[in-house]
Design a protein around this ligand. Structure first.
Ligand code: ZN
Ligand code: ZN
Length: 258
């Protein structure tokens, strides 16, 4: 079995064929998908998708790209929606200093606030960090993020950063970019990290792994990422699938998939 720990099924990219996408994931032994609603207009749809599929869970929050859109209603709304049993984590939250779609000071402020909200809700967080490793670590520390724990998704830091995150009780989630030809550095890091701290994800519709790079990503492709992790660590695909699935169930606190 496999778990896609992070996808965006509510995005318009899946509007036409969502049911087929979910069916293909099942046929590829993906028993569980976490879909992430990153902004206000997505949250309802995210929950709808999670509710209509026993194998799909929801993650809600405000992405750093959308940090500037947070208004007075955002947190009260999230506070209420996150009480829903289908919501297993808070996110994705963090910093994106690569695209800078929200001003950096706004991103920093909203990241801090949302860690506070997740702690209050008792949910693990899903962290997005692009080109902001130092600032991300500083905020995780100062906001006591180890109290809620969670996942650094699409990890792109170095080995030292990974170690620090593991010490704080976080899991590291590996995206499809691990399969890219120029990913040697990242592959070395993954090689040194314990499998017990790793998850695999698609971040679909983005970051499509080889051999489908350039096309739309979908949860069934998470197997190519798991295969690559197995190859790098010189262990079996089955072992990677089993342990990363176990890890995902643990961090999302899902006991039985039924
Ligand atoms: Zn992200
Ligand atoms: Zn994402």
């Amino acid at each position: 079995m496999l778990i896609d720990s992070h996808a965006h099924l509510e995005m318009p990219d899946f509007k036409r064929d969502l049911e087929e996408v979910i069916q293909r994931a099942k046929e590829s032994d993906v028993i569980y998908i976490s879909t992430v609603g990153t902004e206000k207009r997505d949250w309802k749809r995210t929950l709808e998708i999670a509710h209509s599929h026993p194998s799909i869970y929801a993650i809600l929050g405000v992405h750093p790209h959308n940090a500037k859109e947070i208004d007075e209603e955002a947190y009260p709304t999230l506070r209420e929606l996150c009480l829903n049993g289908k919501v297993k984590a808070y996110g994705e939250i963090g910093l994106d200093f690569y695209r800078n779609l929200s001003p950096r000071d706004v991103q920093l402020k909203r990241f801090r606030e949302q860690i506070g909200l997740a702690r209050e809700l008792g949910l693990p967080i899903v962290v997005h960090d692009r080109d902001a490793h130092q600032e991300t670590l500083e905020i995780l520390r100062s906001e006591k993020a180890e109290e809620c724990g969670g996942i650094i998704h699409c990890f792109s830091g170095d080995y030292e950063m990974a170690k620090t995150c593991l010490e704080m009780g976080f899991y590291i989630s590996i995206p499809g970019s691990i399969t890219f030809k120029n990913a040697e550095k990242f592959q070395e890091i993954v090689k040194s990290l314990p499998l017990e701290s790793l998850l695999v994800e698609t971040d679909a519709p983005f970051l499509t792994p080889e051999p489908f790079r350039g096309k739309r990503n979908e949860p069934s492709y998470v197997r190519y990422t798991a295969q690559k992790v197995a190859e790098i660590k010189k262990i079996s695909f089955e072992k990677v699938a089993a342990v990363t699935s176990d890890n995902a169930l643990r961090v999302y606190r899902v006991k039985d998939l039924g």
